[in-house]
Write a protein that binds this ligand. Structure first.
Ligand code: CTP
Ligand code: CA
Length: 226
C-alpha cells in the first residue's frame, strides 16, 4: 500500500533532471571533463518515474543504461546542456540540476589535432553559463533543486549557493568523504531548504538517497509555499 501511494505522489507532475559530467572540446581528439558518474541523476530520474512523474533527463556522456519510462536527451557540452534545459524548463514543475557542469571551457576549439611542441603550453579558458543561476533568475512556478559538490566548508558553501542561485533546495555532498561522491553506488547528503533548515541523510544507496530527496520535494510542493 505504501508503494502504491508513493507511485501516485508525482502523478501529473513533470520533472526535468540533469545528470552526468559535461565534456568541453579542446580539439577533435581531446576534451576536459570531470569525475561525475551520472548515477545520482539517473537514480533521481528512475525514482521520480516510479513515483508517477513524467521525467525528462538531460544527461552528459556516461555508461549507465537509460532508466525505464524516462525521456532521455544526451548532450556533451555545458552549452548543449544549457540549450536543452532551457527548451524544457517552462513545462517542468520541478527541475533538479544534479549534473556536474563545467565552469570553464577552452576559449578556442581547434579544428585539427594540436601537435606537441618543445616547451610548456597553456590553454586559455572562459566561463560557461551557470544554468542553475539562470533558471533561478527566470523561474515562475518551478521548484528548483541544485546540488553542491564540496570537499570542505560544505554547509557554508551550500547555503551560499541556495541564496545566490535562488534555488528552493540544495542537496550538498562532501565528495571527499568515504561512501559519498561520484563513482560509488552510495551517497551521504545534507538537504538545505529555502528557510536554511537542513536534513542530513545517513549513508544510503543512491537509489534510496534519491527517493528521500524526492519525498522532501514532495512535502515542499504540498506546502505550495515556494
Ligand atoms: N551548475 C549549473 N551550471 C554551471 C555550473 C553549475 O547549472 N555552469 C549547477 C550544478 O548543476 C549544481 C549547482 O549549480 O546544481 C552547483 O554546482 P557546483 O559546481 O557545486 O557550484 P558552482 O556554483 O559551480 O561553484 P563552485 O564549482 O565554484 O563550487
Ligand atoms: Ca562548479
Amino acid at each position: 500500500k505504501a508503494q502504491f501511494e508513493s507511485e501516485k505522489l508525482f502523478a501529473s507532475k513533470t520533472f526535468l533532471i540533469t545528470a552526468g559530467p559535461t565534456k568541453e572540446k579542446i580539439d577533435p581528439v581531446r576534451y576536459f571533463t570531470n569525475r561525475s558518474s551520472g548515477k545520482m541523476g539517473y537514480a533521481l530520474a528512475e525514482q521520480a518515474a516510479l513515483m508517477g512523474a513524467k521525467v525528462i533527463l538531460v544527461t552528459g556522456t556516461n555508461a549507465l543504461p537509460e532508466p525505464k519510462g524516462v525521456k532521455v536527451i544526451h548532450v556533451e557540452s555545458a552549452a548543449d546542456m544549457y540549450d536543452e534545459v532551457m527548451a524544457y524548463a517552462d513545462e517542468a514543475d520541478v527541475i533538479i540540476k544534479s549534473a556536474a557542469v563545467a565552469d570553464y571551457r577552452p576559449k578556442l576549439v581547434h579544428d585539427s589535432k594540436m601537435k606537441k611542441q618543445a616547451g610548456d603550453m597553456a590553454i586559455e579558458l572562459e566561463r560557461t553559463k551557470d544554468i542553475l543561476f539562470e533558471l533561478g533568475q527566470k523561474k515562475k512556478h518551478q521548484f528548483l533543486v541544485g546540488f553542491a559538490a564540496e570537499t570542505d566548508n560544505m554547509e557554508e558553501y551550500a547555503k551560499n549557493k541556495l541564496i545566490k542561485k535562488n534555488a528552493d533546495m540544495i542537496v550538498a555532498n562532501n565528495v571527499a568523504a568515504d561512501g559519498a561522491g561520484f563513482a560509488g553506488d552510495t551517497n551521504i547528503v545534507t538537504i538545505f531548504h529555502k528557510d536554511l533548515s537542513s536534513v542530513s541523510l545517513p549513508l544510503l544507496s543512491k537509489q534510496e538517497t534519491a527517493r528521500r530527496i524526492l519525498l522532501e520535494i514532495s512535502e515542499k510542493l504540498g506546502d505550495d509555499c515556494h
